[in-house]
Design a protein around this ligand. Sequence first.
Ligand SMILES: [Zn+2]
Length: 243
Amino acid sequence: MKKQLELLARVQQIDTDVKKTEQLKIKFEEDAQILEEEVKKDEERHNFELFLLEKLEKDYKDKEKATKLYQEKILKTEEKMLAIKTNKEYQASIQEIDNIKKMIGDKEDEMISVMDRIEEVKKDLKASEDELNRVKSEFEEKKREIKEDLKEFLDKVEKEKEIRASYVSEIDKDLFDRYKQVQNLRNGVGVAFTEAEQCLGCNMKIPPQLYNEVVRAGKIVSCPNCHRILILKPVKESAEGEP
Ligand SMILES: [Zn+2]
């Protein structure tokens, strides 16, 4: 029976590793997904800022063009003034030129404020680009982790599963069925080490008589509290309650 219980403890160890790896895999994938969404959001923001900058630069050029047209119009008006005969026509032309100059002044003010906006957007663009690069490299790193580290874990687990099968083939069917049953009920842990009349799976005291049975390892003993199959804690084992 002692040998049987030892095999069962090894099966439990493998089952615990497999479970940890599965949880790790889920966590890796969740982290990667969160980062991917972050990359998408940052890309959208970055693209919007690019669009905004393009729009502002076009706006600036349009205003610049309009200013030039006004200036040409002033030149034409001044040319026509040379041929003017009456004072009334002359005054009207002066008025027209003043009006155009005022419009140029307005356009130039607008151009200054558009230029300020362009500077702001350029700053935002730089910040969003840095952020995008940061998140992207984090995402690449996470993908690399998943590819390499997780693969290593999964390969290890595949090997362990083969070893597990060889252990299981040597374990009595009744004992193994009982293990599976408790394992399902107790969050994947069907076996608990025991030490100094205490179940290390649930930390409850075990009656001395029962504890002696575990020490003798003559038959299967379950913890009266958590129902896990009890195995005497081997010397120099880890201090964890779950084997
Ligand atoms: Zn217990």
